[in-house]
Design a protein. Structure first.
Length: 125
């Protein structure tokens, strides 16, 4: 049996070639993985996840419509200005200097309420 003798130069060349092959394989593997993830990100989800996403989207659309309806109803029921309520008108008229009796008769509130509104909204207090 003859012993195989390898010089240090041959060993160095073999290590360098093996390293290059390893680096090339790693680069090819990384490139394939990146291409697969890019392709998966561009295609819509399939399977049970796609169904869950579709259900969630439908629910969000339904909730958006419901929110719009509620906002419209709220705007219909809300007074447009402070003067639209008897008390809002009373505050404005009290600031103009009307007496409690005039305030009560014009706004349809009691005299006690009119006196309280005048006391709370005196000009210069």
């Amino acid at each position: 049996m003859d012993a195989i003798v390898i010089s240090w130069r041959e060993l160095l060349v073999a290590v360098i070639l093996a390293s290059l092959i390893y680096l090339l394989e790693a680069a090819v593997f990384t490139r394939r993985r990146r291409m697969q993830s890019d392709t998966a990100a561009q295609t819509p989800a399939a399977g049970p996840d796609a169904q869950a996403v579709a259900e969630l989207r439908a629910e969000v659309a339904q909730l958006s419509r419901r929110l719009e309806q509620l906002e419209a109803r709220l705007q219909q029921n809300a007074p447009q200005r402070e003067d639209d309520t008897p008390y809002g008108r009373a505050v404005r008229l009290a600031r103009e200097g009307l007496s409690a009796q005039e305030l009560a008769s014009r706004c349809g509130i009691s005299r006690g309420e009119a006196e309280l509104i005048i006391a709370l909204n005196r000009v210069g207090s």
